[in-house]
Design a protein around this ligand. Structure first.
Ligand code: C2E
Ligand code: CA
Ligand code: CA
Ligand code: CA
Length: 274
């Protein structure tokens, strides 16, 4: 029994080593990909719920790894955040997203996800200003998506950075609303232009209590002038549910998955003809 225990222990250690080695290799590869421009942005349409038109796109990072295939953001974003690589990566995403949006028709907006780590360093405001002016994109067409973790860390510094960026004309959206511990309290701390209701509510929208909560969030948003987006709408029943609850914008696989940059405008044109 003792020997078996030792073996188990050794096996476990080897497993840990393997995981650590894998993590280290991924970090090396990510560093190289950032240096060599090996990441891309995909763009998911955000639809106006009433009109069925495209109001903009959310930019989402994609990492096509030369050997592993597509590495999901849930794997590489945490590594980028721990290593600080999210800073050059986040700047790149801002510039790239603004550049893409400058070529879109109908003054469509682009939404860019911003990590809390990007708020912990000075310079986010300059990055935003730089990205807008390099692309020649009016500030009103850029939206930053932040999660409540941004306001949790060092709320006063983060709030003042956000206010300065917002005063440029950039819109600020609260992402993944309802998933944190005190979502409601963050609505008092910052005048968000948009609230994105997390997918976990949308999958349960057929439940009357969940629908009532979503309606209440819509009511709160309306009072503060915020638009409400339902995230991750996959079925027409969910679409009907969130529309009845009063969500003004919808996003999800029902309409389109995130698309390669060159397919974004084609999607808009197809939508117009439909
Ligand atoms: P998020 O910001 O909440 O983005 C929405 C995620 O839901 C995306 O996953 C999107 O592809 C996925 N999604 C969209 N519609 C549906 C649907 O109908 N059903 C389901 N099941 N999923 C749907 P993705 O692209 O894997 O990104 C995951 C997360 O990684 C993002 O969540 C965001 O937190 C982070 N991320 C992605 N790109 C960036 C970036 O450029 N910067 C930062 N800081 N984070 C990013
Ligand atoms: Ca987002
Ligand atoms: Ca989200
Ligand atoms: Ca999320």
């Amino acid at each position: 029994a003792k020997a078996a225990g030792r073996n188990t222990h050794r096996f476990y250690e080897t497993g840990m080593d393997a995981a650590l080695a894998e993590r280290t290799q991924l970090e090396i590869d990510l560093r190289e990909a950032v240096r060599a421009g090996g990441l891309a942005l995909a763009f998911q349409p955000i639809m106006n719920a009433a009109a069925g038109t495209v109001s903009g796109f959310e930019a989402l990072m994609r990492w096509p790894h030369p050997r592993r295939g597509m590495v999901p953001p849930s794997e590489f974003i945490p590594i980028a955040e721990e290593t600080g690589l999210i800073l050059p990566l986040g700047d790149w995403a801002l510039r790239e997203a603004c550049r893409a949006a400058a070529s879109w028709p109908d003054e469509m907006r682009v939404s860019v996800n911003v990590s809390g780590v990007q708020f912990q360093r000075p310079g986010l405001e300059q990055s935003v200003v730089g990205a807008l002016s390099a692309a020649g994109l009016p500030a009103e067409r850029l939206e930053l998506e932040i999660t409540e973790s941004v306001l949790m860390q060092d709320s006063e510094a983060a709030v003042s950075t956000l206010l300065r960026i917002r005063s440029l004309g950039v819109r600020i959206a609260l992402d993944d609303f309802g998933t944190g511990y005190s979502s409601l309290s963050y609505l008092r701390r910052f005048p968000f232009d948009k609230i994105k209701i997390d997918r976990s509510f949308i999958v349960e929208i057929d439940d009357p209590e969940t629908a009532a909560i979503v309606k209440a969030i819509v009511g709160l948003g309306e009072r503060s002038g915020a638009a409400i987006t339902a995230e991750g709408v996959e079925t027409s029943a969910q679409f009907e549910g969130v529309r009845q609850a009063g969500c003004t914008e919808v996003q999800g696989y029902l309409f389109s998955p995130p698309l390669p940059a060159e397919q974004a405008v084609a999607f808009v044109n197809r939508q117009k003809r439909a």
